[in-house]
Design a protein around this ligand. Sequence first.
Ligand SMILES: [Zn+2]
Length: 180
Amino acid sequence: MPEPLIHFVAPLVVLLFCGLTIKKSLILSSLAILPDLDVLFHVHRSITHSAVFLILICIPIVGFIKLKYPKYFTDSIIGSFVVLSHPILDVFNSYTPILYPLYRNSVFIVCKLITDQSNISNLRFFFEIKIMPTYFSLILPNTDGVVFSGLGVGISLVILVGIIAKWRVENGKSNRKDKR
Ligand SMILES: [Zn+2]
């Protein structure tokens, strides 16, 4: 699975790029981690990794928010897409029950381009959709789970610099406007 940090950071970048405020982007991006909370029940890659299940959960929540808190309606739709980004990222990393129970197998999309480092023109492209039956088994005791890795931290640091730069630019603009 991509680590939770990557699940959080990927939608964060998209939301910031779409022009949402940093605060709102941080809050909505944190929703992307929710599917992995199945580990609290000692199951991983459970039904919370099914896009079908997540859509069925999100529709009534969005409907409720539209009725009760209409000003957050758009946010609730964005939040739903953020949650859905989780199984989409996972399906490119390992077997994920993304269409369960409509499609009862777990899917793993392998997609990579490999080169020979001594001859970079020697490119080999791999694409394969792997399938395996879905069974939601309990996590074995003492099984390690990565919360973040060096790669995740590195990516996050680069993005953090971008967020600080955006914040500085925005604040600089508003300060200049105030002075006028
Ligand atoms: Zn996951």
